[in-house]
Design a protein around this ligand. Sequence first.
Ligand code: TIU
Length: 236
Amino acid sequence: MSESYVSGASPTPFTVPAGKTALLVIDMQRDFLLPGGFGESLGNDVNMLRSVIEPLAALIAAARESGVPVIHTREGHLPDLSDCPPAKLNRGMPSQRIGDPGEFGRILIRGEYGHDIVDELAPIDGETVIDKPGKGAFYATELTEVLEDAGITTLLVTGVTTEVCVHTTVREANDRGYECLVVSDCVGSYFPEFQRVGLDMIAAQGGIFGWTSPSDDVIDALRELTPSPALHTNRI
Ligand code: TIU
């Protein structure tokens, strides 16, 4: 099928066009998901995010099976912090700041163990990994070029955290003309009320920022796409 539908999506059914859809996996990094990383240094209970891993692993597997490219992002900075504005470095009252030595290397620094993606969701050969210094995946990255080169119009958005990097990215994507569906059980927040309201805000007002749906319905739609042999190798 050249397109399929997430029929139960809010606020309306969502079209998944074959060859024009990518799965975006935002910041599923050890520093946010494991104790001892940046998320915990900000005072958060990282266990709140771990429920995302299992459904997201299943969704990533379905995307790969359907020939839908998977694009991963990682939030982090150069070792000399030249890409980290003081406003970000000094914000809040973290027990450890970006660049400080943590349990998994220097916190949110590219190349460190904690900066990389959790083992369960590790990118496979050929998948794009976007390193981003900000909360949004479009700011100061090559994401626009990657999507344009691959002819992507539609994003299935997952990752952490719902109200910070997922929201910022979906808002950036909207202003650039992308259709976004946020997969409700594949995004996570340290705050249950932010999770609920963050998802509601996407689909409110007739889908002001896009659509939401649980992953089961998205996986059903992905399975209805018939991957051509070309699409199977269409990793970006
Ligand atoms: N603190 C928080 O909720 N999130 C971040 O700092 N980064 C992302 O969301 N990736």
